[in-house]
Design a protein around this ligand. Structure first.
Ligand code: NAP
Length: 354
C-alpha cells in the first residue's frame, strides 16, 4: 500500500515521461492521474511505449477533469505558465507541489513579465517556494510544501559554479561566463525547426546568446551564495546529443589563490552530497573528466574543476542528464526531502553506459 497519492500534470511529455519512469519504482508513491490533451483516455504507454506494463489500468486524463485535491503530491510538467492556476489552486487546497516548470523559480515577481512573458498571478507563492537544488536548499526543502525544480541548464551551471561563488576565490566583479552544451530533449517532445533532431544531429550552435532565461535563476542562486550580486552570462549550445547538459563555467582567481584552494572549496562544498561526484582535473591527477556519458538515466551529477595557472583562469564543469537531474529526478529528490523520506528513495539507479 503506497503512502502517498501522486498526480502528474503534463504526463505525456519528456519530463512527464521521466517522472513516470522514476515513480514506477518509487516504493512509497502511487500515481493516480497523469494529464494530457492529445492522449486523453488512452493508456500511459500510448505516449511512452517504454513504460508498457508499468501503469496498466491508468489512462491519461484531461486536466480539467482531475480532482486536484485528491492527491497528496502534485507534479507539474507543463510548459511555463500553463499550470500555474492548477498548482496554485492545489497548493491552497493543502497539496504538496513539485513544479518542474519555471513558474516558481524566480523570487522577483517582476521578472516574470520580462523573462517569461506573463505577469505572475501569485507573488505570495514565490516567497513560499523553495528553489529545489538539494545541494544548496536541502534543509529548506524539509517540510516545505512548494518546490520549484531548477531548469536543466541552470542546474548544471549552478552545480559547476557554486563552490567558486561561495568561497570568495574568484573575482566576482569580473563576472562568471557559463557555456552549456545541451541535448535535443531539452526542447521537449514536440519537434520544432530549432529542436527537431534531424536538424540537430551533426550540428553545434548557440541559442539565445543575447541572454538565456536560465541565467536569471543562476544569478539569483549564485548571488545568494556569494552574498553580493554575481554578474553571470550563460550561453547554451545545441549539440548532437539527445540527453545531457554539460556546463563549463569560467572565472578569474583572486590574487594569491591557486589549485589547492579550489580543490578544498569543491571538496568541502560537496562533502556528503549523495548524488555528486567531484573530479579534479590537473596534470598528474589520475581519473576521468566529468562526462554526460557517465550520468545518463540517473540523478548523479559529475563535477570537475581546473586552473590555468599562467592566466589565473579557474573553471568548473558539470555533467548531468537534463531530464533526470535537470528535471524529474531532482523533483523526486525534492519530494523525498519535503516528505521527510530518505533523500535517495527511488533514485538509487546507476547511470547507463555506454
Ligand atoms: N526537457 C527538459 O530537459 C526540461 C528540463 C527541465 C525542466 N523542463 C520543464 O518541464 C516542462 C515540460 O517540458 P517537456 O520538455 O517535458 O515538454 P513537452 O515534452 O513538450 O511536454 C509538455 C507536456 O505538457 C502538456 N501540455 C502542453 N501545453 C499544454 C497546455 N497549454 N495545457 C495543458 N497541457 C499542455 C503536453 O501534453 P498535451 O499536449 O498532450 O496536453 C505534455 O504532456 C517545461 O516547463 C520545461 O521548461 C524541461
Amino acid at each position: 500500500m503506497a503512502e502517498v497519492r501522486v498526480g502528474v500534470l503534463g504526463g505525456s511529455g519528456f519530463t512527464g515521461g521521466e517522472l513516470l519512469r522514476l515513480l514506477a519504482l518509487h516504493p512509497r508513491v502511487e500515481v493516480v492521474f497523469a494529464t494530457s490533451r492529445e492522449y486523453a483516455g488512452r493508456p500511459i504507454h500510448s505516449a511512452h511505449p517504454h513504460l508498457r506494463g508499468f501503469y496498466e489500468g491508468l489512462r491519461y486524463s484531461r486536466i480539467e477533469s482531475v480532482d486536484l485535491g485528491s492527491v497528496d503530491v502534485l507534479f507539474n510538467a507543463l510548459p511555463h505558465g500553463a499550470g500555474i492556476n492548477y498548482t496554485s489552486e492545489a497548493y491552497d487546497r493543502g497539496v504538496t507541489i513539485v513544479d518542474l516548470s519555471a513558474d516558481y523559480r524566480l523570487k522577483d515577481a517582476s521578472l516574470y513579465e520580462s523573462v517569461y512573458g506573463f505577469k505572475h498571478p501569485r507573488p505570495d507563492l514565490l516567497e513560499k517556494a523553495v528553489y529545489a537544488l538539494p545541494e544548496i536548499h536541502g534543509e529548506e526543502l524539509r517540510g516545505a510544501r512548494l518546490a520549484a525544480a531548477p531548469g536543466c541548464n541552470a542546474t548544471a551551471a549552478i552545480l559547476a559554479a557554486a563552490p567558486l561563488a561561495a568561497s570568495g576565490l574568484i573575482d566576482l566583479d569580473m563576472g562568471i561566463v557559463v557555456d552549456v552544451k545541451a541535448g535535443s530533449s531539452e526542447g521537449g517532445s514536440k519537434p520544432s525547426k530549432s529542436n527537431h533532431h534531424s536538424l540537430r544531429e551533426g550540428s553545434a550552435r548557440p541559442y539565445s546568446p543575447w541572454g538565456h532565461r536560465h541565467a536569471w535563476e543562476a544569478r539569483q542562486e549564485l548571488s545568494r551564495l556569494a552574498g553580493k550580486p554575481v554578474k553571470l552570462s550563460l550561453v547554451p549550445h545545441a549539440v548532437s546529443m539527445v540527453r545531457g547538459a554539460f556546463a563549463s563555467v569560467h572565472g578569474w582567481l583572486v590574487d594569491g589563490k591557486g589549485f589547492n584552494d579550489v580543490a578544498r572549496a569543491y571538496a568541502s562544498f560537496y562533502s556528503g552530497k549523495r548524488f555528486v561526484r567531484v573530479k579534479p582535473l590537473a596534470p598528474g591527477i589520475p581519473g576521468d573528466p566529468p562526462d554526460v556519458k557517465n550520468v545518463i538515466g540517473s540523478e548523479f551529477a559529475e563535477i570537475g574543476y581546473s586552473v590555468e595557472v599562467e592566466v589565473g583562469r579557474v573553471s568548473g564543469f558539470a555533467a548531468i542528464d537534463n531530464l533526470v537531474r535537470g528535471a524529474a529526478g531532482q523533483g523526486v529528490q525534492a519530494m523525498n526531502l519535503m516528505l521527510g523520506w530518505p533523500e535517495g528513495e527511488g533514485l538509487m539507479i546507476p547511470p547507463l553506459r555506454p
